[in-house]
Design a protein around this ligand. Structure first.
Ligand SMILES: [Zn+2]
Length: 299
């Protein structure tokens, strides 16, 4: 008769893989808003997922070196390929297209198109995002702020709306039951605008004897800007990603633009190696903490 022996049981410590989901309106928004942050976290082993809500088909062609008419005729496909190239540079593990039609600017014809993101029922678009959150189970969700008065594009406003609704619904098993098992995302951040970066760029233009693309009106706006970030992510070593990713959206940027690329690349990459975020949900208590890690304090 064999002797019963205790089988040692090893209990692996299962920590959920870290994951960030970002929600953006058009192909190229991911390259201008926080690309260094994604590149940095990806390098640290965090899974990175982009949700791109529209096809960008209403965009203009900003690059004079391209044949605008030919590009315009196939803009949806062209912009999808550009997004593929840009997200490979940034380091997104997955890109999910919600495939709504670009809504164009407010009161334009595109805005009334039945397939536009602007016309999509909030519930419908929210459920699509909830399904992605429940599948990917991120700790961090990044979206656009509640106040977007500098650039109130209907698609950007809707990105905010569906993100807030999806954050609240995703953890509620009673909401959208067919979108998968509930998952509560820990934090929702607004990507915010680091005016300090532009201030430093302007100073550098002057210092290098280059003509600054920022006029007095713009500089006054920068001076009036109140920095409401709660988190400043250090992107040292990843500052070049923004320029490379933006240039991958070849139809959307003029590579000779002083506004985007007026400073020497190495100077531009290192001039202000931080990207700013504001913790919006759960609503933080007290004064902004000036934290540096979007995952700080999470298990
Ligand atoms: Zn956009």
């Amino acid at each position: 008769m064999s002797e019963a022996r205790a089988v040692p049981v090893s209990v692996p410590v299962v920590t959920e893989r870290r994951c960030i989901v970002t929600v953006h309106a058009h192909p190229d928004d991911e390259s201008s808003k926080g690309p260094g942050t994604i590149a940095r976290y990806r390098a640290e082993g965090v899974r990175t997922v982009l949700v791109c809500c529209t096809d960008g088909a209403e965009g203009d062609v900003h690059n004079p070196a391209l044949d605008a008419e030919a590009v315009k005729a196939d803009l949806k496909n062209v912009r999808r390929q550009e997004l593929e190239a840009a997200t490979a540079i940034i380091g997104y593990d997955r890109v999910v297209h919600l495939d709504y039609r670009d809504s164009g600017m407010a009161d334009s014809e595109a805005n009334a198109h039945p397939e536009s993101f602007h016309q999509a029922p909030l519930e419908e678009a929210t459920e699509k995002l909830v399904a992605i959150l429940r599948e990917e189970r991120p700790q961090v969700l990044i979206t656009y702020p509640d106040v977007q008065d500098q650039y109130p594009h209907p698609d950007h406003l809707k990105v905010h709306d569906i993100s807030m609704a999806a954050f609240l619904a995703s953890g509620d098993p009673g909401a959208f039951p067919s979108a998968g098992p509930a998952h509560q995302v820990d934090r929702l951040f607004y990507v915010t605008w680091p005016a300090e970066r532009v201030r430093k760029m302007h100073e550098m233009f002057v210092e290098l004897g280059l003509e600054s693309p920022y006029d007095a009106e713009f500089l006054a706006r920068i001076d009036a800007h109140v920095d409401d970030a709660t988190h400043k992510v250090d992107i040292t070593g990843f500052g070049h990603i923004r320029e490379l990713a933006l240039k991958a959206h070849a139809t959307q940027v003029d590579p000779t633009s002083k506004w985007w690329f007026g400073l020497p690349s190495d100077v531009q990459a290192e001039i202000y190696p931080f990207e700013h975020y504001r913790l919006a949900l759960p609503v933080p208590e007290g004064e902004p903490q000036d934290a540096s890690d979007l995952f700080e304090g999470l298990a």
